[in-house]
Write a protein that binds this ligand. Structure first.
Ligand code: SF4
Ligand code: SF4
Length: 323
């Protein structure tokens, strides 16, 4: 027996939570769904098909001042992340992969301060994200979130996964479910063969496919910016003559021409086909050998927002079939 929250109570429920913590949620305005801070009267869209920006920006801001210094005194940014965010389960899976990436050899404290002080609520529904192929990947079972909301038609079945999630089970809004319902049968789909994809990618960037893609791609980097898992950043120090300054990090993309540029005029990946190959290779080979799974949940954003209409899904199927 679980707890249920009627969908009609959702606005009041979020309003109640927002009295103690800021609440971020997918909100629709003029036909566009975005993650934003919830205010009473906002049109919630928990069944979103996509958002241009995934919720990663809440944990890894587009631009962030990491520290400031003056003389021999240094002050680090607080990286405060006390908030609640509601997102669909595919975006929550992506966030779990981001956790693994930032927990690596050098733990990223700025990211984890926000992650550990925030509360993530994942929405499980039957909405298929635009251009998604998530059911062809196996990214379940390693998700890390605090509360699960399972769509049951006119209500959500709530399951707290952590103590932080249990704190969101507000009495007055939730009630006991009448009976345990069986989950609906899952869609069947042909899973991607990650091992085959990875073996082809390991052959390097000189395969014809990467040169052909380079002729189509604008090298704009949008695929990386909209991806809920891509996390490349650039760190910039600004120093004044008065011995003070700051260190900032800003989103970057390995698809951009100067991403691998170094002092002295060198560039490790100056050619477009090398950068495209690197993006795919990182996601479907390097991430798999480092963390045991691809850096992709199949959310489809990189397909939906690519101005050259390049479809990552078709390309990785090509890698799978290549000899
Ligand atoms: S969004 Fe499309 S065109 Fe732009 S870099 Fe990515 S693949 Fe190339
Ligand atoms: S690579 Fe594309 S499909 Fe995969 S998670 Fe990133 S945006 Fe989504």
């Amino acid at each position: 027996m679980g707890l249920i929250l009627p969908k009609e109570s959702l606005p009041e429920y979020l309003l109640e939570i927002s009295k103690s913590l800021p609440v971020y949620a997918p909100v629709e305005s003029e036909g566009v769904v975005k993650f934003g801070m919830y205010s009473w009267g906002d049109k919630l869209e928990f069944d979103y098909e996509t958002t241009t920006m995934p919720p990663k920006f809440l944990f890894l801001p587009h631009g962030e001042r990491l520290l400031e210094f003056r003389g021999d005194r240094m002050e680090e940014s607080a990286a405060d992340g006390r908030f609640v965010v509601f997102m669909n389960i595919i975006d929550a899976q992506a966030l779990s992969i981001l956790d693994e990436a930032f927990a690596g050899k050098f733990k990223d404290n700025y990211y984890f301060r926000r992650r550990e002080s925030s509360i993530v609520a994942a929405i499980q529904n039957n909405v298929r994200m635009k251009n998604s192929f998530c059911d062809e990947l196996d990214q379940k079972n390693r998700e890390r979130f605090d509360l699960l909301l399972i769509d049951r038609g006119d209500c959500y079945l709530l399951e707290a996964k952590t103590q932080k999630g249990a704190a969101l089970l507000k009495s007055g809004f939730v009630s006991k479910a009448a009976k345990k319902e069986k989950p609906k049968s899952k869609r069947k789909s042909k899973k991607l063969n990650i091992q085959k994809i990875s073996s082809f990618l390991d052959k390097g960037p000189e395969q014809g496919m990467w040169h052909a893609l380079a002729d189509e791609c604008f090298a704009c980097g949008i695929c990386a910016y909209v991806c809920p898992i891509c996390h490349c950043f650039d760190v910039e120090d600004t120093v004044t003559l008065g011995a003070s300054g700051s260190r900032c990090r800003n989103w970057d993309s390995c698809m951009l021409a100067d991403f691998a540029a170094v002092a002295g005029g060198g560039n490790f990946r100056s050619r477009r086909h090398e950068r495209i190959h690197n993006w795919y290779h990182h996601k479907f080979s390097r991430a798999v050998s480092e963390r045991g799974r691809p850096d992709c949940v199949g959310c489809g954003r990189c397909i939906t927002f690519c101005p050259a209409k390049i479809r990552i899904h078709d390309r990785i199927r090509e890698c799978e079939e290549a000899k």
